[in-house]
Design a protein around this ligand. Structure first.
Ligand SMILES: [Zn+2]
Length: 160
């Protein structure tokens, strides 16, 4: 990938692989990573792979039987985990910078995502499930940290 992309040119369908980005600057990489879609993204796969190695609680991935097709679901705990891209689901962290161009497009898209997330949470709650997010920035700061957060969420469910 050549130098820093112009803001707003990356189509939401493009989902760069981390290996493609080893040669680009840190700045460009974080710009691109902030726009990687959450479904099937590298970030989500990092979490699933780490869980496969470490989880002692059985979990499902992309269970179509549940509202919103959660990335990870712990049936025993009725806990549905969504590994969400900070930009796409507007976490409000440093990764959420609105591109200078196509603002209306991005804003509408993010608003649709937010609305869908709310509906998903409501549907899951109605079926006795709990909706929680693991944010992309949690994972980027370190998978160990993200897994600790997940463990804390699971403990919470057990206490309920
Ligand atoms: Zn974030």
């Amino acid at each position: 990938m050549s130098p820093r992309p112009r803001r707003g040119v990356l189509s939401p369908l493009e989902s760069p692989k981390i290996s493609d980005m080893d040669t680009v600057s840190k700045e460009t990489r974080s710009w691109v990573m902030s726009r990687v879609k959450s479904k099937g993204s590298q970030v989500e796969l990092i979490v699933i792979r780490a869980l496969k190695r470490s989880s002692r609680t059985r979990f499902l991935t992309h269970s179509r039987n549940l509202p919103g097709c959660p990335d990870i679901a712990f049936p025993k705990l009725n806990l549905a985990i969504f590994v969400n891209g900070c930009f796409w689901h507007w976490h409000g962290c440093a990764r959420c910078r609105m591109p200078a161009s196509n603002r209306i497009y991005w804003q509408a898209k993010i608003a649709r995502n937010a609305k869908r997330d709310k509906q998903t949470a409501r549907k899951l709650n109605a079926q006795g499930w709990h909706y929680v997010n693991i944010w992309e920035c949690d994972v980027v700061r370190g998978i160990a940290r993200a897994l600790l957060k997940l463990e804390a969420l699971k403990q919470n469910e057990r206490r309920r």
